[in-house]
Write a protein that binds this ligand. Structure first.
Ligand code: ADP
Ligand code: MG
Length: 514
C-alpha cells in the first residue's frame, strides 16, 4: 500500500448541470449568486399561492451550469479534479440524475464530434497533455472499464474476463480479474474508451432513445516519478474513476411497466440506486454499520464516499414540470452526499531500494553524530567521514567482523589485507615489520588496529600527553582503553573488546560502526 501524508478531511463537491428543455417548469428556480436550486411545492390542500418560506425547497450546491457547451462544463467542473489526480490524489467524478437528464451526455458525449466530447475524452486529453509537457515524469497509465448491469459485473475492455470479483483490502476496493490496459498515447486511450462504449447495454424507451441501462466506471490508474534526480525519486500513484450511473426511472413514465427486459432492467437500476442512497444516509448519520455490501455500485463507490478519494458529483437535472418529483428526489440525494467527508492522501509508493538507501544514509548520519558526541565528551577532535560511502561501509563492516572472528589472526591477516587492498581500502601491501612493541604502531597515513600485548600496554595512559599523531589517531587508543576494565566509556557498541591484534593499516577508523 502506498505510504502517504497525514489525512486531511475533504468535503464532496456537488455541481448541477441543467439540460436544455422547451418547457421549463415555472416552479424551478436558480439563484446564481448563492448557487442554490429552489423548487416550489404546491400546497396539498386549500390551494392558493405557495408560501415561499414553507413551500419552497432550497438545495445549495457548489456550482450550477445551464450550458450545453461540453468544454465549458469540463473547465468549470472537471479540470481541477483531474489536476488533483495528476498530482497523485485519488479522485472520483460521478454523474447522477434521472433517466434522460444528460449523465451519459456529460460523461461520454458524442465521440464523433469534437465539441460534443464528454468528460472522459477531455480528461484523457488533459492527462496526455501533461504527460507530453513533462516527459521526465515518466507517467504510465492504465485503463479499465467496468459495467454493472443487473448486479452483474462485465469487463468492457475484455469480454473474456470472467468471474470478476470485488476485493476489499485494508479499506481499498478493487476488482479482481478486471483488465488493466496500458496506454501510451491519447489515441490509444480514446480507442480503448470507444471500444468499451460499443459493448455497453443501451435501450430505447419513451424518454431516452439511447438510454444506457447500466452503471459504468471508467478508471484511469497513473504512476509517475517525482524527484529531482533520475536515480532518486518517489513513485506517485493515483486512480481516477469516472462514473456514469444509470438513471432512476418511473416505470410509467418510461412506459416499461408492462413487463419485459426493460422493466427488469429498470427495477434493478432503481434498486441499486436506492441501496446506494441507504449507504449514503448511513454514512451521513454516522452509523456504525454502513450497508455498502448490499449492491455492487455501493461497495465500488465506498472509497469515493468515505475513503481516500477526492469526490465530485455532477447532478443532472431536467427541469420540466413532468419530472419535478424526480428533480426533487435527485436533489435530495445530492444534498445528503454534499455533507459527507472523505480524506485525501498524496499517494507515494517508495521503492524498496530507495527506502533501504535512505535508511542506511540515516543510520550512518546517526552513528556519525553519536561518534562526534562521544569525541566531544572525550575532548578528542572529530573524525572526517568524507570518504565513506555505502559501498565501502559494507566492506569495512564485513572486514572488521572478519577480523574479530579470527582466532588465528596472524595467519589470516595477510589474506585480509590483500582483499582490502584489492578494493583500494588499504595501502598497498607491505611486508609487516615487527616493531619493538609489536603492535599499535602509528604511521603518518593511518594506524594499526589491534590491542597491545600486556608488555606494550601503557600502565597509565593519562599520565603522558598524547603526541599530535596520537591525537590524530586517537580512535586507536580505544584498544588500550577497552582493555582496561576500569574504563567504562567504551563499554558498549565496540567489537574491539575481542582484542584482536593484527598489523593492518586502514585509512580511517571504522571501529564504532560495527
Ligand atoms: P441519461 O441521463 O439517461 O444518460 P443522456 O445523457 O443519454 O441521458 O441524454 C439523453 C439525450 O439528451 C442525449 O441524447 C443528449 O442529446 C440530450 N442531452 C442531455 N443533456 C444535454 C445537454 N446538457 N445539452 C444538450 N443535450 C443534452
Ligand atoms: Mg445514461
Amino acid at each position: 500500500m502506498p505510504s502517504g501524508e497525514p489525512l486531511s478531511s475533504i468535503g464532496i463537491k456537488v455541481h448541477v448541470r441543467i439540460r436544455p428543455t422547451a418547457k421549463p417548469s415555472p416552479m424551478f428556480h436558480i439563484e446564481d449568486q448563492t448557487n442554490t436550486v429552489l423548487i416550489d411545492l404546491l400546497k396539498q390542500n386549500g390551494g392558493g399561492a405557495p408560501e415561499s418560506f414553507v413551500d419552497q425547497i432550497a438545495f445549495s450546491v457548489n456550482s450550477i451550469t445551464q450550458s450545453t457547451d461540453q468544454s465549458e462544463v469540463y473547465e468549470s467542473c472537471g479540470r481541477a479534479l483531474v489536476k488533483d489526480f495528476l498530482e497523485g490524489y485519488n479522485a472520483t467524478f460521478i454523474a447522477y440524475g434521472q433517466v434522460g437528464s444528460g449523465k451519459t451526455y456529460t460523461m461520454a458525449g458524442d465521440m464523433k464530434v469534437n465539441a460534443h466530447r464528454g468528460f472522459i475524452a477531455r480528461a484523457i486529453h488533459q492527462i496526455f497533455e501533461e504527460k507530453e509537457a513533462d516527459p521526465g515524469s515518466g507517467i504510465v497509465l492504465y485503463i479499465s472499464y467496468l459495467e454493472i448491469y443487473q448486479e452483474g459485473m462485465y469487463d468492457l475492455l475484455n469480454q473474456r474476463s470472467k468471474d470478476l470479483m470485488i476485493i476489499e483490502e485494508s479499506g481499498y476496493v478493487y476488482i479482481r480479474g478486471l483488465a488493466k490496459i496500458p496506454v501510451e498515447t491519447e489515441a490509444q486511450a480514446l480507442m480503448c474508451f470507444s471500444e468499451g462504449e460499443k459493448q455497453r447495454s443501451y435501450a430505447c424507451h419513451q424518454i431516452n432513445q439511447v438510454s444506457s441501462r447500466s452503471h459504468t466506471i471508467f478508471t484511469l490508474c497513473m504512476e509517475k516519478r517525482v524527484g529531482r534526480f533520475k536515480t532518486e525519486y518517489d513513485t506517485v500513484v493515483a486512480k481516477l474513476n469516472l462514473v456514469d450511473l444509470a438513471g432512476f426511472e418511473r416505470l410509467k413514465k418510461t412506459n416499461t411497466s408492462t413487463g419485459g427486459r426493460m422493466r427488469v432492467e429498470a427495477c434493478s437500476i432503481n434498486k441499486s440506486l436506492c441501496l446506494l442512497e441507504q449507504a449514503v444516509y448511513a454514512i451521513k448519520q454516522g452509523q456504525e454499520y454502513v450497508p455498502f455490501r448490499q449492491s455492487k455500485i455501493s461497495i465500488i463507490l465506498k472509497e469515493a464516499l468515505s475513503g481516500n478519494c477526492r469526490t465530485e458529483l455532477i447532478l443532472c437535472l431536467w427541469p420540466e414540470e413532468y419530472f419535478l418529483d424526480e428533480t426533487i428526489k435527485a436533489s435530495r440525494f445530492a444534498q445528503r452526499l454534499k455533507v459527507l467527508r472523505t480524506f485525501s492522501i498524496h499517494n507515494k509508493k517508495i521503492d524498496c531500494c530507495v527506502l533501504n538507501e535512505r535508511r542506511h544514509a540515516q543510520e550512518i548520519a546517526n552513528l556519525q553524530q553519536e561518534l562526534a558526541l562521544k569525541d566531544a565528551l572525550q575532548g578528542r577532535p572529530g573524525l572526517s567521514f568524507d570518504d565513506l560511502t555505502l559501498e565501502n561501509y559494507s566492506l569495512y563492516s564485513r572486514s572488521l567482523k572478519y577480523l574479530c572472528e579470527l582466532n588465528n589472526y596472524e595467519g589470516k591477516s595477510m589474506q585480509l589485507e590483500k582483499v582490502l587492498s584489492e578494493h583500494g581500502l588499504v595501502e598497498p601491501i607491505e611486508e609487516p615489520q615487527e616493531t619493538e612493541s609489536g603492535v599499535g604502531e602509528l604511521t603518518n597515513q593511518g594506524f594499526h588496529v589491534g590491542i597491545a600485548p600486556p608488555h606494550a600496554r601503557p600502565h597509565n595512559p593519562s599520565a603522558s600527553k598524547p603526541s599530535p599523531d596520537e591525537i590524530h589517531c586517537s580512535h586507536l587508543m580505544l584498544d588500550y582503553k577497552e582493555a582496561d576494565p576500569s574504563n567504562d566509556v567504551w563499554e558498549t557498541g565496540s567489537s574491539f573488546r575481542n582484542h584482536v591484534s593484527c598489523n593492518i593499516t586502514i585509512r580511517i577508523s571504522f571501529c564504532l560502526f560495527i
